[in-house]
Write a protein that binds this ligand. Structure first.
Ligand code: AMP
Ligand code: TRP
Length: 343
């Protein structure tokens, strides 16, 4: 069976589809923006673009129900504040489209225990957990759900930060394996990882990535954080005992991270930027100023959106319809391919 293709552009070429997801599991941070969100806004005008708040993924670690609800809405507003225009793209909540959970089962039947066990994100999270700590089975099968997210929308391009590369490779492998076993069903996706900003590090522990899940408030810059606090955190960012400003992530992770943040924010090459600085203080001041200027319009737009809760609800309600129109026929095709009776 040939995979169905989508609408065509003015030149009669099929419009490539972009899909990505972000978890509503904690405060969105600068890494999320520079690694992922910022690309979403670029992609929406020349692609058929679909973005998803992946609340089911967030449930793989314990969540307070009220907080999860609040953060899901917050995440939707941050997507729009970062430039997503719901009249151009599709923005929806994963759990509203039951096709994700259903296709995830078929993906669990396509993935092997061995390949899921090799996923670094699972290994890191499971290794960190103490013997008494609860590790959900869903943390292990998480990449199968992620593959389902992507394959349901026949996405060609998946903009993500560097930490998701391995999950994307698995999604590709599962699509290819399924197509090989059952006939052409899925479009095989490719990761789109930004050249600069794909891995923003924690300001206090620059050998670890900035993250929602790790409790490192001084090392993480929130997208909704006030300017004074952002400036303070960047000024206090951990560097090293040398004085030379040089881009060398191995030997100088703290300084290199500041150069990366400044470079990603201003569109310059971090190595070239380094030559312009002779003191860490100057670099930190410029980096802080650039980040505050970057986030200011996003925060202003966020405040407007937060003042109109009905507006966010309407966007998400429209998003479900648009998402299901794409996802439902793809799920049906996959169900038929494996031999499930039509319902
Ligand atoms: P998550 O916070 O895990 O839901 O990630 C959402 C998106 O942000 C994914 O595409 C990640 O790859 C990206 N991302 C998360 N943390 C970082 C970071 N520290 N640097 C760059 N991208 C990141
Ligand atoms: N696993 C991704 C993360 O933690 C989030 C995610 C879920 C995702 N489904 C996706 C990203 C589909 C891209 C495409 O960052």
């Amino acid at each position: 069976m040939a995979p169905c293709r989508r609408s065509v552009d003015l030149y009669d070429r099929p419009v490539a589809r972009v899909f990505s997801g972000i978890q509503p599991s904690g405060d969105m941070h600068l890494g999320n923006y520079l690694g992922a969100l910022r690309q979403f806004a670029f992609d929406q005008y020349d692609h058929d673009a679909v973005f998803c708040i992946v609340d089911l993924h967030a449930l793989t670690v314990p969540q307070d129900p009220g907080e999860l609800r609040r953060r899901t809405l917050e995440a939707a507003r941050i997507h729009m504040a970062a430039g997503l225009d719901p009249s151009v793209c599709t923005l929806f909540v994963q759990s509203h489209v039951h096709e994700h959970a259903e296709l995830s089962w078929l993906m669990e039947c396509t993935a092997s225990v061995g390949e899921l066990r090799r996923m670094t994100q699972f290994k890191e999270k499971a290794d960190k957990a103490s013997d008494q700590e609860f590790v959900a089975a869903a943390l292990f099968t998480y990449p199968a759900l992620m593959a389902a997210d992507i394959l349901l929308y026949e996405a060609d391009r998946v903009p993500v930060g560097a930490d998701q590369r391995q999950h994307l490779e698995l999604a590709r492998d599962l699509a290819l394996r399924f197509n090989h076993r059952f006939g052409d069903t899925f479009v095989v996706p490719t990761a789109a990882v930004p050249r600069v900003g794909a891995r923003i590090m924690d300001l206090q522990r620059p050998t670890e990535k900035m993250s929602k899940s790790v409790i490192s408030p001084q090392g993480t810059v929130g997208l909704l954080e006030d300017a004074a606090s952002i400036v303070r955190k960047i000024r206090r960012a951990v560097t090293d005992t040398e004085v030379e400003v040089r881009y060398d992530p191995q030997a100088k992770p703290g300084v290199s991270n500041l150069l990366t943040i400044l470079g990603a924010t201003t569109g310059e090459d971090p190595e070239r930027l380094a030559r312009r600085y002779h003191q860490y203080g100057e670099l930190k001041a410029d980096c802080a100023e650039a980040v505050v200027a970057l986030l200011e319009p996003i925060q202003a737009r966020y405040a407007e959106l937060a003042a109109d809760p009905a507006g966010t609800a309407a966007v998400l309600a429209e998003g479900v319809g648009k998402a299901r129109a794409v996802a439902a026929p793809v799920l049906d095709r996959a169900r038929a391919a494996v031999g499930l009776l039509p319902r």
